[in-house]
Design a protein around this ligand. Structure first.
Ligand code: BES
Ligand code: MN
Ligand code: ZN
Length: 498
């Protein structure tokens, strides 16, 4: 999709489709007031007759309004004016784009910038508009035999701007939105693929493709099983050996600076299917465990967004990738394995495999002397119970880093919520037979999972994002969300602004 900025007054604007906001309480937005005036109070009448209330999510398509130059006017319900924020904008605009896509209009002009209040940053507002449109226009057909090739005529979305001074900010926002949109799309495409296609090998190939596409900036390296054995990644390999799919340890290095800065390392859990192993999961919704590589997908998506934006940072993406299956060679409860840093781990539950591959990746990351390490993982069902689908779990051994991620979440709308990483929980991981157990019982599952990882992050400035509840949607809308590409890219943009 193309995006641009237009300057014009609403009523004179000749466009195939004009989008205007209507509030539930104070009713007409500025642009809607203009349209109302020239159309003989068409909109006011509509509202008085109860045909449009302005509730969030409501839309109404009007064709050939008297006195209005635009062919179509699409009303977008915004809810209460005082409550209108970035979250509401996303909700209202998402549905509106889906309606636009089904009209005959090839271009739309959206009067959305005027809906921002003074507190909101105009670049972030524009970014959210573009990001949301890209999200709404996403369409999965990679594994459908018939590709319904773009029946939509929509080619361009213009943002109406009255304050010329804001132009550079809006342009910056559009640039961010487009780049993040691409990263989110890559993450969703990868995560939505089934486990029989998106294997560790497929992930490695995809990473190489991204590196190829941005060969000036990204360098890819794949470590295969033999080399992992030589290195001593015993924890990761113990998960992999239950499957015939060979594990891959994927490294992407992005260099957007000439200087030799210490890198920011992103580590993404890449379990391409998680059956639970010998501690087999129940059958219900087990298909969704193809999404257990969403952390990996978000790392690839974020690197892509950074490369698109040519961000002046040094970053390394690390993706430990395996398939977790039961077999005669699989890990068994009670098995003891030796991790890359030498600690022994008692595998009490083979379904707690994520931390087994992540601990070796965390140890490996130390060789880059990173400034910061952030791991992203669909790690615990408990996180879904705690936070649902609205926030990713955040745990960190450095409060400055945690604060930066919280701020990036607020700015991007891709939010996180912090949970404590207190020493007190460590006792739950005690093992009588190894240095540490891989599970800590029913209580505080998300925290004890992070506590496990914390044992491998001594001397690192580290944060863990549990995206079990946010990476995909279940039910009728089943599909990957591309989260937290937006959050991570925002965080990296922030890093360049300091
Ligand atoms: N990939 C799962 C976590 C998960 C489950 C994410 C459901 C999203 C939806 C992870 O590998 C896992 O199985 N975790 C176990 C840990 C337990 C055995 C301590 C869990 O959450 O049940
Ligand atoms: Mn598992
Ligand atoms: Zn898992």
């Amino acid at each position: 999709m193309d995006y641009n900025i237009v300057y014009c007054t609403t009523e004179k604007l000749h466009t195939p489709a004009l989008v205007v906001g209507i509030y539930e309480d104070e009713k007409l937005s500025l642009s809607a007031q203009h349209i109302d005036k020239v159309s003989g109070h068409y909109l006011s009448k509509l509202i008085t007759h109860g045909d449009f209330t302005g509730k969030i999510g409501q839309t109404l398509l009007l064709f050939a309004l008297p006195g209005v130059e635009s062919e179509r006017v699409l009303l977008m319900g915004c809810g209460k004016k005082s409550e209108f924020n970035t979250n509401k904008l996303r909700e209202a605009w998402l549905g509106t784009v889906k309606v636009l896509q089904k009209t005959g209009a090839n271009r739309a002009t959206a009067c959305l910038l005027e809906l921002k209040n003074e507190k909101q940053d105009s670049a972030q507002w524009a970014r959210l508009i573009v990001e949301t449109a890209e999200y709404a226009l996403y369409h999965y057909d990679q594994t459908k035999s018939k590709k319904d090739t773009d029946s939509s005529k929509l080619e361009k979305i213009s943002l109406l701007l009255e304050e010329v001074t804001l132009q550079p900010n809006i342009e910056q926002g559009i640039t961010w939105g487009k780049a993040i949109g691409k990263g989110v799309k890559l993450a969703r495409d990868l995560a939505n693929l089934p486990g029989n296609i998106c294997t560790p090998t497929y992930l490695a190939d995809s990473a190489c493709k991204v590196a190829q596409q941005y060969r000036e900036q990204i360098y890819a390296q794949i470590i295969n099983q033999d080399d992992m054995e030589k290195l001593g990644m015993g924890a990761l390999l113990s998960v992999a050996k239950g499957s015939v799919e060979p594990p891959k340890f994927i490294i992407l290095e992005y260099k957007g600076t000439k200087q030799d800065e210490q890198p920011i390392v992103l580590i993404g859990k890449g379990v391409t299917f998680d059956s639970g192993g010998i501690s087999l999961k129940p059958a219900d919704r087990m298909d969704e465990m193809k999404y257990d590589m969403s952390g990996a997908a978000s790392v690839l998506g974020t690197i892509k967004a950074c490369a698109e934006l040519k961000l002046p940072i040094h970053m390394v993406g690390i993706i430990p990738s395996v398939e977790n299956l039961p077999s005669g060679k699989a890990n068994k409860p009670g098995d003891i394995v030796t991790s890359l840093d030498g600690k022994t781990i008692e595998v009490l539950n083979t379904d707690a495999e994520g931390r087994l591959i992540l601990c070796d990746a965390l140890t490996y990351s130390k060789r880059y002397h990173p400034k910061t390490v952030i791991d992203i993982a669909t790690l615990t069902g408990a996180c879904i119970i705690a936070l649902g689908a609205h926030a990713s779990g955040l745990l960190s051994n450095n409060q400055d880093l945690a604060n930066q991620l919280i701020a990036a979440g607020e700015a991007s709308g891709d939010r996180v919520w912090q949970l404590p990483l207190w020493e007190d929980y460590q006792s739950q991981l005690k093992s009588n037979f190894a240095d540490i157990a891989n599970v800590g019982g029913r209580e505080a599952g998300t925290i004890t999972a992070a506590c496990f990882l914390a044992r491998f992050t001594e001397n690192l400035c580290w944060a863990h994002l549990d995206i079990a509840g946010t990476a995909w949607l279940g039910g009728k809308e089943k599909g990957a969300t591309g989260r937290p590409v937006s959050l991570l890219t925002q965080y990296l943009i922030q890093c360049t602004q300091k």
